[in-house]
Design a protein around this ligand. Structure first.
Ligand SMILES: [Zn+2]
Ligand SMILES: [Zn+2]
Length: 414
């Protein structure tokens, strides 16, 4: 980001409909960005300061930069299933935060909670936090041991760093490639029952309620039963948050059809009643963030029998379109709530100061999108190197038209 500072630049975004949930703004406004920060948000044509550049945003939504809490970058190691090695030391956090990596996106590393994510010995949370890690997790290898989880949560309370749990009791899900239900029965596959998720969420929320200031974040929550525990924790004022992925609120396990490996993910796609519960929880505030769990895989890992295929799909390019199509157009959830789930919601979860908001002095990260633009996702034209998406050929409404990071336009739809 050093090179972005070479010349003090300013950018005036004119005539857009600003949706800034953190500041309860939902109106046509102009936005002035200067020197990498938000300088002013004001009624149309009221900003007097001159700007080096202008962006005509008429007809578009201007929102804080979207934040995705859950992305597998596959670096270091360009590797599987998460990063190899896992980010369990300060050196790796520093590597991830090298300035040249921050040019088109901001990366906030999430470090391992236990050494090599083996669930036995805690990493140095304090050191990792000091180096820039915003949370700790053993994603993919859930922390099952009660004492280790209690210790993680105790430290999370002391340091105010969230423990992100991939809630899966792996003792109950061995060799289970999809959700337990009529489709797994028809396909002759062993089912991954929702209780394996809900049981861990329930235990973790109980621990979080007992430990002062403990910070628990439930990753990619997929089942109605898990929401019950999250609601209970929030009611009891425990610091419990959760995220839901676009694929879990869009597709049910029926999408697996005839062994479509692009519908193989962990946690698996669930039942239609689960989707209804997730949509209700996204609307009513129980869910804090939409996160993609973006997980690219090479085709040789997906073009194999269902049971041997890798878990996970890409999701960065379709997330906003799926949210607008499913949550806003089909279920009438207001756009301001959807923007909240992508901006101030996730910023609160990981306590990212100056992000997810267009308050004066915040980072000049802005996403400009067209909520009415209809488009068809074509995986062959994807900017991701991977092709593992179940949404190829899907018609979506709502598309990102420009991305501004640190006051610079880093992406613009032609
Ligand atoms: Zn996971
Ligand atoms: Zn993940």
């Amino acid at each position: 980001m050093a090179h972005a500072k070479s010349k003090p630049a300013s950018l005036l975004i004119k005539g857009g409909h600003v949706i800034d949930p953190a500041n309860k703004i939902d109106a046509v406004m102009d936005v002035l960005l200067r020197d990498g920060g938000v300088a002013e948000v004001a009624a149309p044509n009221k900003i007097r300061a001159s700007a080096d550049e202008k962006f005509d945003a008429r007809g578009l939504i201007v929102a804080p930069g979207l934040i995705d809490l859950h992305v597998h970058l596959r670096e270091p190691g360009q590797a599987y299933p998460n990063t190899t090695p896992v980010i369990d030391s300060q050196e790796w956090v520093n590597w991830l935060l090298q300035p040249e990596r921050g040019a088109v996106v901001n990366v906030f590393p999430v470090a391992a909670a236990t050494h090599a994510s083996k669930g036995a010995v805690l990493t140095d949370f304090r050191g990792l936090q000091r180096a820039g890690a915003v949370a700790v997790t053993d994603d993919g290898r859930p922390i099952l041991d009660n004492d280790i989880m209690r210790e993680c949560l105790r430290l999370s309370g002391e340091l105010s760093i969230p423990v992100v749990q991939h809630a899966e009791d792996t003792r109950l899900t061995e060799n289970s490639p999809m959700n337990d239900g009529p489709t797994s029965f028809r396909l002759g596959l062993r089912g991954w029952n929702v209780s394996a998720e809900a049981g861990i969420v329930d235990r973790d929320v109980q621990l979080a309620q007992q430990i002062p200031n403990a910070r628990l974040h439930v990753a990619h929550l997929s089942a109605a039963d898990s929401l019950k525990a999250v609601r209970r924790g929030k009611r009891n004022r425990a610091r419990v948050t959760c995220e839901v992925t676009p694929h879990h609120f869009t597709l049910s396990d029926e999408a697996v059809g005839d062994y479509d490996t692009n519908c193989k993910m962990n946690p698996p796609l669930r039942s239609k009643p689960d989707i209804e519960s997730l949509v209700a929880a996204l609307a009513d505030g129980t869910v804090d963030a939409i996160a993609t769990d973006h997980a690219p895989h090479a085709s040789h890992e997906k073009d194999v029998e269902f049971e041997r295929a890798a878990f996970g799909i890409t999701g960065l390019e379709t997330a906003l379109g799926l949210a607008i199509t499913k949550l806003h157009r089909e279920h009438h959830i207001p756009l301001i709530r959807i923007v909240e789930l992508f901006t101030s919601g996730p910023a609160r979860v990981f306590e990212l100061r100056g992000r997810g908001s267009l308050a004066r002095g915040s980072h000049a990260d802005v996403t400009i999108f067209d909520p009415n633009k209809r488009w068809t996702f074509d995986v062959s034209k994807s900017r991701s190197l991977s092709r593992n998406s179940p949404f190829d050929g899907r018609q979506l409404t709502g598309k990102v038209m420009a991305t501004i990071v640190g006051g610079r336009v880093v992406y613009r739809e032609e």
